[in-house]
Design a protein around this ligand. Structure first.
Ligand SMILES: Cc1cc2nc3c(=O)[nH]c(=O)nc-3n(C[C@H](O)[C@H](O)[C@H](O)COP(=O)(O)OP(=O)(O)OC[C@H]3O[C@@H](n4cnc5c(N)ncnc54)[C@H](O)[C@@H]3O)c2cc1C
Length: 466
């Protein structure tokens, strides 16, 4: 009979979590989450910790709920703050554990931590990495991992040709007991980070994320069954203001409060009742993007981050972070990101392109800033999308976004920018709100850059404000 440790990372749920499924249940089970102390420190060159208050709060809420679910099943949860490898190695030694289970993480640093733990284990202790949370397992990928197609489209076509995704598995009803005398529980969030304990999103975001599996399932239920917003997803998914233009499931998926299979099963159930549509298909299509970045990260290793030593941030980067570039479509998004911890995909693409192309900033600094701010930070999706927009790595096409054109297409009345920059509401709805320095130069300063590619999109330069 084994004595097992489950090392929890981005998999904070019991349903559809292969870590909790045992052919033969162990004699004792200890479930541990270690908050890496390095996450509470800024990466070199930045001043904000790697895990910002929005994500830390969501994480704690998820852990609190998970602990409740584990207790109901006869188990418990231990949360420690420190070096995860030391934490796990110490517990394994002290409680004579002989099996370790952990998620096969796409992040290189997380993979290195598992490799380090492996070198610390005594004879007879087994360590296994499990695929969990994604639509596919490594064994069911349509290609070998090292032959993963270079582009998303080729990957998607191959997956869809051999579409064989298992249904999500239900949560276990009971779990093995806790090892005698082993520690349990975790510190209150206020002791870990007072800012996170007191953090609340700005009401202008029109949505408050709450961590945990139940809140994730409630959001899924709302999006599919209560509001029926899924029926319009294809048309609304590029929205900028409001709660339901997209699913907003990303934080629950990123923390593993929901698995991608749970989401797909729910979409299939909705389709069985209402009929499949382009919109319902498109939700699963977007999950395939997540899948692609996950498997690409698993293949790329440390190359995912580029060089991990970040360059020294310059003034352009700081104005970008603070939403002070003078380009409303960028500034509104960067203010929304800081104030809510979340941003639509359309806005993420635009601000990333602006930093890289217009400010000639380093994409890795942008990715690090997103890592600190996002409630839905996911190592593969974040660094993978940044690489993609920067045209670095496996798919190196030029992905320049003309933010003035994008603003016209996706925010024609300028309502989004006025939502986050109320001073713009003084200007008439329309393109004036996106180019205030052109139409009202006395009231609005010129932006930090006027890109050459905007020439055909600029409004006539007024010399005085009306
Ligand atoms: C520069 C940049 C950084 C990003 N960083 C992250 C990140 O750290 N974490 C994260 O989850 N997403 C990230 N994304 C992807 C995407 O912006 C978010 O997943 C999406 O906006 C979340 O909103 P939603 O849940 O309403 O998405 P929906 O539009 O409702 O899509 C459903 C789900 O599909 C997945 N998805 C959708 N688009 C993408 C995509 N482009 N890449 C990967 N998965 C996708 C998400 O899990 C999402 O919850 C990033 C995109 C960019 C351009």
């Amino acid at each position: 009979m084994n004595r097992t440790l489950i090392w929890l990372r981005g998999d904070l749920r019991l349903a559809d979590n292969s870590l909790f499924f045992f052919a033969t249940p162990p004699e004792a089970l200890i479930c541990v989450f270690a908050l890496d102390e390095a996450w509470l420190e800024p990466p070199p060159g930045l001043e904000t910790p790697r895990i910002g208050p929005a994500r830390l709060r969501f994480l704690w809420e998820s852990l609190i709920e998970l602990r409740g679910e584990l207790l109901k099943r006869g188990s418990d949860l231990l949360v420690r703050i420190g070096d995860p490898v030391q934490v796990m190695a110490g517990l394994i030694d002290e409680y004579a554990l002989d099996e370790v289970r952990v998620r096969a993480d796409p992040g290189w640093e997380e993979q290195q931590a598992v490799a380090q733990l492996a070198t610390r284990l005594g004879e007879g202790v087994t360590l296994s990495c499990h695929d969990t949370g994604m639509l596919l397992d490594e064994a069911s990928l349509p290609t070998a991992l090292d032959e993963l197609p270079g582009s998303f489209s080729a990957f998607r076509r191959r997956v869809e040709r051999a579409w064989a995704i298992p249904d999500a598995a239900p949560a276990p009803v009971t779990l093995p007991g806790w090892p005698e005398g082993a520690p349990r529980g975790f510190p209150p969030l206020g002791q870990v980070c007072a800012q996170a304990a007191g953090w609340a999103p700005d009401a202008r975001g029109e949505f408050a994320f709450a961590g945990g599996e139940a809140a994730g399932l409630a959001r899924l239920d709302h999006y599919l069954w209560q509001s029926g917003a899924i029926a319009r997803y294809k048309q609304t998914r590029n929205g900028l203001v409001g709660a339901d233009f997209s699913t907003r499931l990303s934080p629950w998926l990123a923390h593993g409060c929901l698995s991608a299979r749970q989401v797909r099963d729910a979409v299939c159930a909705w389709e069985a009742r209402h009929g499949a549509s382009e919109s319902s298909y498109w939700v699963v299509f977007e999950l395939l993007w997540r899948e692609y970045f996950h498997w690409a990260a698993r293949q790329e290793g440390s190359a995912l981050y580029g060089d991990r030593r970040l360059p020294v941030p310059d003034d352009g980067f700081r104005t970008w972070c603070e939403g002070r570039t003078g380009v409303p479509f960028v500034d509104a998004a960067m203010r929304e990101l800081s104030a809510t911890g979340w941003l639509s995909n359309r806005a993420r693409q635009n601000v990333a392109s602006f930093l890289i192309n217009e400010l000639e900033g380093d994409w890795r600094l942008g990715a690090a800033w997103f890592e600190a701010c996002l409630v839905d930070y996911d190592v593969a999706s974040n660094w993978g999308n940044w690489r993609y927009v920067a045209g670095v790595g496996r798919d190196t096409r030029d992905r320049w976004f003309n933010v003035l054109k994008q603003a016209r297409d996706y925010d024609p009345a300028g309502n989004y920018v006025a939502h986050w920059q109320p001073e713009l509401a003084e200007l008439p709805p329309g393109q004036a709100r996106h180019q205030p320095w052109r139409v009202a130069p006395r009231r609005f300063a010129s932006p930090v850059v006027e890109a050459a590619g905007w020439r055909d999109w600029l409004l006539p330069q007024e010399t005085r404000d009306d």
